[in-house]
Ligand binder design. Sequence first.
Ligand code: SF4
Length: 162
Amino acid sequence: MLKYANFDIVFQEVPDEVTLAINISNCPNQCVGCHSKYLWEDRGEVLDKEALDRLIDEYQTGITCVCFMGGDAEPYDVANLAMHVKNKYKTIKTAWYSGRNELPKAFHAETFDYIKTGRYEEKLGALDSITTNQRMVKRLADGRMKDITNRFQKQTEKTMLL
Ligand code: SF4
């Protein structure tokens, strides 16, 4: 059963979107240098369709995207919730931050407009590092997925040039 520890409205996790980011607990990845160890525990509130509706309905007029942060222990449940968002809230996009290098077998990736993959490797850095191993892709209008990782790195590159 998916649970979430907390949530926030964020602006940088998904480029060009105002995002309701839901932090899912029971993370199985145990990355060295993890910045969110509190998500390793199976804790928080149940995240099912009803709970998701309550969160979205509270912020619906202000958000353009719902992002599931984690959920690698139960990825198919995450995809089912994303499908629910697609079916019920036609204008809200969906995103998933996975901590795994590859998507699960037979995973319904088409339920997401954005997907971030890649373990957190401390020496390589997160999406905003130019050496990162992580990738974010965006679904284009024709269904193809485009790598948009460089959208996170522009600020870093600019800083390095100064
Ligand atoms: S996937 Fe994220 S929350 Fe999970 S261990 Fe890795 S860095 Fe921490």
